[in-house]
Design a protein around this ligand. Structure first.
Ligand SMILES: O=P(O)(O)OC[C@H]1O[C@H](O)[C@H](O)[C@@H](O)[C@@H]1O
Length: 297
């Protein structure tokens, strides 16, 4: 699934984990474990590939996404932080949509391989550049455990002397065989329809994907099941620390407007995001931390 990137190994980190680069020196952590394959980009601490051997990939990656330091990768699990989408402030100050974490270079800070999987940690800390965008000291850690499933915990440590609030998402792009034959169960009873000016609407018990969807469901710590019918599988997602679940698929017309998504990309992706979307965000007191988590199986 990532063979089109033509990566070269620069360093072995453990029997199944290597650092690799593309022709432009863009860095990746590539895991070829006996049970699964996975890849992270250091840009964004972005999981771009996960596939259990002999199974369809669990994570979608756009083949037309660029790999450069000013853009977010389309697909995978972008880390949206410290805000979700375009807030009034980000619009007025022309700040990046979904925050800066997904377009920042992270450090791989811990690697551990064991019989059934691997644990990795990536960190991002405040710099003069991040402070110009968001004026707080912080330490952000992505703790990733990969085995027969994916566990991603995004830990926000407030290392400043003042309290702050944040928002964001683990913006998972699931890989599905045919999004038009997918349904989603376990969503909250009502949602804000971002395609209809955020109007609040009642949910159906099962969401059938058959057109453009961009919905914010209010929910804490929610279990979601995606029926990926054409793959004859159920993808189970458990979230923690979130205040909402965002379901997004651009569908035919909107997909055509994305230069980093093939026109037919909408057919094999479905975003189900563990998110913090409330305007007030989550309060993290000085010296304290908060964890946003998603487990995907
Ligand atoms: O294009 P991006 O900034 O990556 O955003 C992609 C999508 O992210 C979320 O799912 C939002 O709810 C959508 O409104 C947005 O279009």
């Amino acid at each position: 699934m990532i063979s089109h990137l033509r990566l070269k190994t620069t360093k072995n980190l453990s029997p199944s984990i290597n650092m690799q680069v593309d022709d432009n020196g863009f860095e990746f952590v590539v895991i070829n474990h006996k049970n699964f394959d996975a890849t992270f980009s250091l840009h964004g601490a972005h999981l771009i590939h996960f596939q259990i051997k002999q199974q369809a990939p669990l994570i979608y990656l756009s083949k037309s996404t660029p790999y450069n330091h000013s853009k977010a990768i389309r697909g995978g699990v972008p880390i949206c932080w410290p805000w979700f989408g375009n807030t009034e402030e980000s619009k007025s100050k022309n700040l990046p949509s979904h925050g800066f974490a997904r377009i920042s270079q992270w450090i791989l800070s811990a690697v551990n391989e064991y019989e059934t999987g691997v644990d990795l940690e990536f960190t991002l800390t405040a710099t003069a550049e991040t402070k110009a965008i968001w004026n707080h000291d912080f330490s952000l850690t992505l703790k990733a455990s990969l085995s027969d499933h994916i566990e991603l915990s995004l830990v926000t440590d407030n290392t400043s002397n003042e309290d702050f609030t944040y928002g964001g998402a683990l913006h998972t792009y699931l890989h599905v065989a045919d999004s038009g034959r997918c349904s989603v169960e376990g969503l909250a009873a009502s949602y804000k329809d971002s395609l209809d000016n955020g109007k609040r609407k009642n949910s159906d018990q099962i969401l059938n994907i058959n057109g453009s969807v961009d919905s914010i469901y209010d929910a804490n710590e929610q279990k979601i099941v995606v029926n990926d019918e054409s793959n004859q599988r159920k993808i189970v997602i458990n979230n923690k620390g979130n205040d909402s679940v965002v379901v997004w698929n651009p569908w035919i017309e909107i997909a055509k407007k994305f230069v980093d998504l093939p026109d037919d990309g909408y057919k094999t992706m479905l975003c189900v995001e563990s998110a913090i979307t409330a305007k007030q965000g989550v309060l993290v007191k000085s010296g304290c931390s908060h964890t946003l988590k998603t487990v995907i199986k």
